[in-house]
Each structure stands twice: as C-alpha cells, then as structure tokens.
Design a protein around this ligand. Structure first.
Ligand code: AVJ
Ligand code: FE
Length: 436
C-alpha cells in the first residue's frame, strides 16, 4: 500500500542521512582543530568549510525549499555558496569555527528529522519519492569524498585507518571482452534519486568494442613509465604534453621513486606502490597517454555505460553491472569501508553479464568524453549542480571510487572534472574498436 511505501521511503531517507552524518563526523573529528581550519591544498576547502556547507545546503533544500521555513542564519549563506567564493579564497573568510559549524549542522539535522517525520513524499517534483532528501544525502556523501581527498593531501601522521579489502583469488579471466554493437538505453527516467545530468533515458547506437575486464593496474602503469612514457611526446595530446612538461609530472600524484621501485604516500603512510591495485591519482592526460601507448584508447562515456548496464540476454539496461539490486559489500568496494581500491579482478559477484569487473567502486574511471547534457536534459533543481559545467572543459568519470557511498553511485551516475586533476580518486580502463 502507499502508506507502507511511504514508511519504507522514510526509513531509507533516514538511513541515508544518518550514514552520511556518521561519515562526516568521523572525517571532521579524527584530526585536531588546526587541521580542520587549515587549507591543506589550494585545490581544497578547509574541512570546516565542507562541514558547514553540508549543513547550509541541507537547510536551503530541506528546511527552506521543502519545509518552507525561514533562514536560520541568513548572514552565513554567502560564505558557504560554492560559486561566490572559489576554494582558494575560503580560508580567509570569516567561517564558523569548528564547534559552531558542528552545532549548526546538528541543529539543521534535528529540524530535518522533524520535517521528515511528517513529510509527504508526493506533491512537487522536489518532494516526489523523497528526491530532495535523497539529493541532500548524496550531496553530503559527495563532500565526504571531497573531505577524504583533503585528508589524503594533508601532510602529517595517519589520522584515518580501515581494514584492507579481502584478498581476492588471482584473476585468470580474459584481459578484455567484446561488447556487442547495437542500441542500448543510456541514462534513466526511472531511478528516483538520479540527478538531473543522468536524465532522461534515451537510446544510443554503439559500434562493437572491446573493453578491459579490470581497471589498469599500478604494475601495468609502471611499465608505461619504465618504457619512457612521460618522455615520449607522441603518446600525449598537445595539451597533455605541455601540461606534464610545465609541471614536471613524471608519475602519478603521491608517487616517489626509491631506487628501482616506487613508493607512495597514502593517507599519511608511505608504502610500496601495490602492483596489483588499480592505478590511482592520474589525470585524464595520463590516462589518455597510457591508452595510446598500449595501442588502445579510453572508452567513451556511452561505451562505459553500455559495458556497465547492458544485459545482452534481455537487451535491457540494468541499474548496476550485476543487476538491479542495491550494492552490497560483495558487489563493490564503496563507502570508505576500505581506504584503497581492491586488487584488479576482485568482486566476482559484481561483474557484468559479459564478465567486466569493478566497474562500480574502487576507482573513478576517466572516459574519453566531455561532460555534456543528454538530449532532453532539464536542469533540476538548480542550474549550478550540472548545467554550468557542461562543455569541453570537463571530462566525465564513471563508476565511483572506494570513497563514494552507494547512495551517490550507480550505473548512470556521472562525475566530471578538469583533465589536469589527479588529487581525486581517479584511475581508468582502456578500450578499442572492434576491427571490421
Ligand atoms: C559532482 C563531484 C563534481 O564536488 O564539485 C558537491 C559535487 N556539487 N556540491 C563537486 C557537488 C555540489 C561535484 N562533483
Ligand atoms: Fe556542495
């Protein structure tokens, strides 16, 4: 019945918001106050900015837009508007101090709990199926990934720890699989909490292509380095070549050569680069150059989504590679349960019908494609979520990383960034067209 559905939805909203807040709390209490207010990189906000911004967006969209309440502290809105102040400027703003930011976010959340208790999930598009609540849970989780990136950039001793992923049996499957050509349905009109840029569902025609069964590993990437990849202009786009030479980039971010092997700094610990894990912290230019060196290319966004969602048996697009079930820990490495990707070939339960693994979780995967709207795109609920980023400045990343919560990750989910960015939890896999 509708009443039972509403209760299920209320519980799902509550669980999603609660999971997000537990993560936010951990990320903002595992270091001392000076590390919350410091800017650890000009690319990132102080952690205390993310904390109050999370609360402020929740107030704006749930208490004010859905609940019709007045602003709690109208004077702070502009401080936490991401478009008014670029990240580099944020530490010089009169930000709420950590204790105050925590109190503000908690007070917003308390009022949201009251709102949720009486929420009607029908009505406007914003409240339909709890969309605004789902959007805010996703927003907080996205900032939890952003804050984890800040932690990785932070110098100093380890503050966060998590168990390593379960060792996987050695993967012995084929290196690549053939995805058949033909139409498939890209995007979604059905997923209730899908964001505007994932909509609407539409048909795409795809030529047959081969795609790597697993993300590219550190060992494979090291072979590119040892083969002089960073000194061979022909592997790089002109922009990529200029960029790596200007910034003396010779390896993924956080890597350091030590004699004949590589070390990396990972959440405050220096470790040998793990050979069998997917490569992490590469920019689009590096992914693109590696692919060319390997005689291959990056998959287009359309190819990636077809590999991740297409069920050749039914012709249907599924929610995830493994089917329509929500992710569980056997399917994918998500949600900061582990602070690293799992070895390539892990998660057999999460493979696609064609046997492609780790499309969801582990590392964000760079695609060849610019971030563009789908045919029929409509900005919702605000232009600044996606629309202002469309164009050739940003490349699309797919699939989510170990740092993304399941609420903000699905077969249709789209992320984007500048092609020079590599502080994000980014890796890639390669593809090639089927010879005709
Ligand atoms: C989708 C990850 C590019 O962090 O800029 C957070 C998500 N939007 N707050 C970002 C987002 C507004 C966004 N990305
Ligand atoms: Fe935000």
């Amino acid at each position: 019945t509708t009443e039972a559905d509403a209760e299920t939805l209320r519980e799902r909203v509550l669980a999603s918001l609660t999971t997000a807040r537990e993560r936010t709390t951990l990320l903002t209490t595992c270091v001392e106050e000076p590390d919350l207010t410091a800017q650890h990189s000009p690319l990132m906000s102080p952690l205390v900015w993310d904390l109050a911004h999370i609360g402020n967006q929740e107030e704006l969209w749930l208490l004010r837009a859905v609940g019709g309440r007045d602003a709690m502290r109208p004077e702070i809105d502009s401080l936490y508007d991401a478009f008014e102040h670029p990240r580099a400027e944020r530490p010089s703003l009169p930000l709420l101090a950590p204790a105050e930011a925590r109190r503000y976010a908690a007070e917003v959340r308390g009022r949201v709990m009251d709102l949720l208790a009486g929420a009607d999930f029908h009505g406007t598009r914003l409240t339909e199926a709890g969309f605004a609540f789902g959007m805010i849970a996703q927003h907080e989780q996205q900032h939890d990934e952003t804050m984890l990136i800040t932690h990785q950039l932070r110098e100093g001793p380890q503050a966060l720890a998590a168990p390593d992923p379960k060792p996987a049996p050695l993967f012995t499957g084929p290196a690549e699989v053939l995805v058949p050509g033909g139409p498939f349905t890209m995007g979604t009109s059905a997923e209730p909490w899908a964001l505007d840029n994932e909509r609407p569902a539409h048909a795409r025609e795809v030529a047959p292509f081969w795609i790597d069964t697993t993300p590219v590993t550190n060992a494979a990437y090291q072979a590119f380095i040892e083969d002089g990849g960073y000194d061979t202009e022909r592997w790089w786009t002109p922009e990529g070549w200029t960029h790596i030479k200007r910034h003396s980039i010779t390896a993924p971010l956080f890597w350091r050569r030590d004699g004949d092997h590589w070390l990396r700094r990972h959440f405050g610990v220096t470790e040998a680069v793990p050979a069998d894990e997917p490569v992490l912290h590469v920019c689009w230019y590096e992914a693109d150059a590696y692919a060319r060196w390997a005689g291959r290319r990056l998959p287009t966004e359309t190819e990636w989504e077809k590999a991740a969602r297409h069920d050749p048996a039914t012709g249907r697009s599924m929610r995830y590679p493994w089917g329509d079930a929500d992710p569980d820990p056997e399917h994918a490495n998500l949600g900061q349960r582990h602070l690293r990707p799992a070895p390539a070939g892990s998660y057999p339960a999460g493979e696609s019908p064609l046997g492609v693994r780790q499309l969801i979780g582990d590392v964000w995967e760079w695609t060849a494609s610019d971030f563009l709207p789908y045919p029929g795109f409509q900005a919702f609920p605000y232009k600044e979520y996606s629309e202002v980023f469309f164009g050739s400045d940003h490349k699309v990343l797919r699939g989510g990383s170990f740092a993304v919560d399941p609420v903000a990750c699905r077969g249709t989910f789209r992320n984007w960034d500048y092609p020079i960015r590599r502080q994000i939890f980014s890796g890639f896999r390669t593809a090639r067209s089927e010879a005709v």
